[in-house]
Design a protein around this ligand. Structure first.
Ligand code: PGA
Length: 251
């Protein structure tokens, strides 16, 4: 009953020309994909051109971050409503690279999630533990705090436009994916917590994506897990064929 989501996070890669080529190549390769939502997240400068090319197709466009104010003297920031204006339907919030390199906290994630939802965007809220945290046995505590504080104050209605992405930091860009079982147990814990916070039906409807070295050859195993509802894909989303193979995992 939960429609899977396959999202490509292009990070700080690709010029406008390269990004428009990639989405143009991708469209026909995924045109036949049904029962799956497809999202790509280019850099800010390429958003509107990619969105123009994606318009009318089954490919939706996300930004990789946003600010929480609508406008004002905030040099360098981009407001959620401007992302909508550029053609985005989604925005990634709280990616571990933002937490690690740009000082994002659960509080800023929460501010951004609320602002994104207010602007009518779908928020892809990322959580994940570091290797040290996993080895210290605090994975569930870390993820629980990130979920609770990141989604604090949202309504059950809001939650319908939230997607959670579980991305263990040690699996991002390392080629070291979590095992299907390791991912599943964290996804199940997130869903249980959402049940406590927002009720069981909201929890049953929430899409929880796995991210961290998802490739065409490991996506199927992950997607067979009961609580894994899609993937947030970095490296393998930069080439149309490999991203399409992940989108078409069930074909
Ligand atoms: P990766 O990145 O697929 O290259 O590991 C995932 C992500 O950071 O979203």
């Amino acid at each position: 009953m939960r429609t899977p989501v396959i999202a490509g996070n292009w990070k700080l890669f690709k010029t406008i020309g390269e990004a428009t080529s990639l989405v143009s190549e991708l469209k026909p390769l995924v045109a036949g994909a049904t029962g799956v939502e497809i999202v790509v997240a280019p850099v800010f400068t390429a958003l509107s051109r990619v969105a123009d090319i994606a318009a009318g197709s089954n490919v939706q466009v996300a930004a990789q971050d946003c600010f929480w104010k609508e406008e004002g003297a905030y040099t360098g920031e981009v407001a959620p409503k401007l992302l909508k204006d550029a053609g985005c339907s989604h925005v990634i919030i709280g990616h571990s690279e933002r937490r690690q390199f740009f000082g994002e906290t659960d509080q800023t994630v929460n501010n951004k999630a609320k602002a994104a939802l207010d602007a009518g965007l779908t928020a892809i809220v990322c959580v994940g533990e570091t290797l040290a945290e996993r080895e210290a046995g605090v994975t569930f505590a870390v993820i629980g705090k990130q979920v609770k504080e990141g989604l604090a104050g949202l309504s059950v209605d809001n939650l319908a436009r939230v997607i959670v992405a579980y991305e263990p930091v040690w699996a991002i860009g390392t080629g070291k994916t979590a095992s299907d079982e390791q991912a599943q147990e964290v996804h199940a814990s997130i869903r249980a917590l959402i049940g406590e916070l927002f009720g069981t039906s909201a929890a049953a409807e929430l899409r929880i994506l796995y991210g961290g070295s998802v490739k065409p050859d490991n996506v199927k195993g992950l997607m067979t897990q009961a609580d894994i509802d899609g993937a947030l894909v970095g490296g393998a989303s930069l080439v149309a064929e490999s991203f399409a193979a992940i989108v078409n995992y069930g074909a």
